[in-house]
Design a protein around this ligand. Sequence first.
Ligand code: ADP
Ligand code: ZN
Length: 728
Amino acid sequence: MERFFENGERVGILTAQPLDRVLDYRAPEGGCALGDFVEVPLGPRKVLGVVWDAGEGGYPLEKLRPVTRVLDARPMREEMRVFLARAGEYTLTPLSQMLRLATRTPGLGDAPATRKIYRRGEGQPDRETDARRRVLQVLDEMGGLALTLGELSEAAGVTSSVVKGLVKQGVVREEDSPRDTPFPRLDPDHGAKDLTEDQGAAAAKLVAGLREGGYGTTLLKGVTGSGKTEVYLEAVAECLRKGRQALVLLPEIALSADFLTRVEARFGARPAEWHSGVTVTERRRVWRMVGEGGAQLVVGARSALFLPFERLGLIVVDEEHDGSYKQEEGVLYNARDMAVLRASILDARVILASATPSLESWANADAGKYDRLDLTARFGAAVMPEMRAIDMRAEDLPGSRWISPRLAGAVRVRMERGEQALLFLNRRGYAPVTICRACGHQIGCQHCDARMVEHRFLKRLVCHQCGETRPVPETCPSCEVEGKLAAVGPGVERLAEEARGLFPDARIAVLSSDLYGSARALKAEIGAIAEGAADIVIGTQLVAKGHNFPLLTLVGVIDADLGLQGSDLRAAEHTFQLMRQVAGRAGRAEKPGEALMQTFQPEHPVIRAILSGDEEGFWRAEADARRQAGMPPYGRMAGVILSSTDVQEVFDLGNAMARGDGPLRALGAQVFGPAPAPIARVRGRHRVRLLVKAPKGVALQSALAEWAARFPLRGQLRRAIDIDPQSF
Ligand code: ADP
Ligand code: ZN
């Protein structure tokens, strides 16, 4: 039993307001317990809070305001409070902000019944009318089933005032609707597949882990199409058998209808879903049902990690290397790492699944912190595609063309066979640069340090940082010469234009997130392509993830060198992952696949590793380089992003922090910078970054907190600390 506070006793309440501390109140009439959701007065407002501790005691008890009321919601469990506190300590996020992540459900704590249900009552109508008779007739016909006011008046063909009149006289009773309905039970033994020997062995290990109980993380590595999903669904089944809940995290874009259909086929009913496309009402239902055990399995995006599970036993992080698990705004956290943290608090299991694991997970498995299971062969007749380079130095290609004759030839072969080809270019829009041929001016965003990208489909220039758009001008904004603005470089829209010229008879589909009005429209298009509605698919990163196109046998990477430019030290890892993922789209069914990568540097070690498929070799070389440089996962990194509308102010703070790095130096950590952040201006704010590199195993977070506290923020300044930044 949680600690209980009697009426009038001091309690510490955590609110989601930006206050950075727990506030003292007096317990309300009837008392309250640790974890209760409550409403408290804050200034003139009433806000949501959680009974967090026994308060600080500094302020006299008589002066404290009482808690307004205890809300009708399941209290926050101790495990969740510990998780929020530990996650907040790790990411250096104030508790109030962590609480916001866990209480984002709209309407949390509202009285459960908003709808009234109408039944026949005891009373008799004072006067019989046709309208009244019809209402009673409908209720009698319903045989005890309830209706809403709207449904009842509509069914009886009367106005709602007729029903309300009957309520007043007690002829009809108004009742609270029941709480939300639970999700249908999943049957762990429904639709199990016969696994191959490898799959069966991997599944047996995972199942044994669940039976054993206690915390444990397993890296499930297997080429695309090897059956990782089938294998981890067996672990989910075992978790359900044990009466515990399971959570499967997917990168948001991969929350495909396809996946949910597979889960339904395996367990005989649909799981609960949690992502940005779920309606508010449904989210409220999921939130409550997860807390009451009425949802056994949740399939969700990263924020599902903050749902109040009643007894979570397993978290699967599918495509665990995916960059979208890192939340880059607000609370900067990586859902993969937080999944491991939450599971360790709960004594639950974690499965990290990927064809191309992150170097972090690979290293954790290598060091024995995680178990590792490998699936090396594709299921059935499918084999991994042949990977080849097209040396662009040898291809005869005029300017403003990007599809080499060799790649075009390979596409034609697929078209003749009635198979599909994918042309991959990780650049949205028509052209990345719009330049004036008279003066050389490049059109940039007024608010960001970024070029405006021409989107011909939208007929506008778009800033990919802040989303600002404007029409493509006729004259150069700098020299005012007319008709000299030119598109430079390729984007997927331009590539589609080239492909239409080269293959006039082909049905061409362009998959880029900005070309579809909604996620639903995009999913529909993906479904149509899978059924053969296109000969050539042209796509960005979006197509690299999880989609299954059975007719696709050729992947052409337009610019394999793209990700290797720039200074990002994770560039090799990310390019390797992306290229292997994209290539994995080819040949997922019986037909063998081929991947052709256009490159100007076929000897580059990363390109060679991609082509050879020597993954262990690649990871080892990459791990050695990071170890020598003291970089993650063999050292710790943190980014400190400072921003302000005033460029001088932000550099002054950056320099002062770099000079006053005492608390960090004491740990043997180094501070680099300040330097302009990777994007130096966003929405009118100038950004500089300090990078902190520390040895492993030191108390980095507390030193960072102490360091930052020495430099209070004034004026327009803001500071965000990014533990384990994605790029450095
Ligand atoms: P991964 O998650 O590794 O990409 P999947 O689990 O999606 O692989 O499997 C690839 C395809 O092969 C899917 O269509 C899946 O249903 C099928 N498959 C995998 N293993 C089996 C099996 N043992 N029996 C039947 N179909 C299987
Ligand atoms: Zn902008």
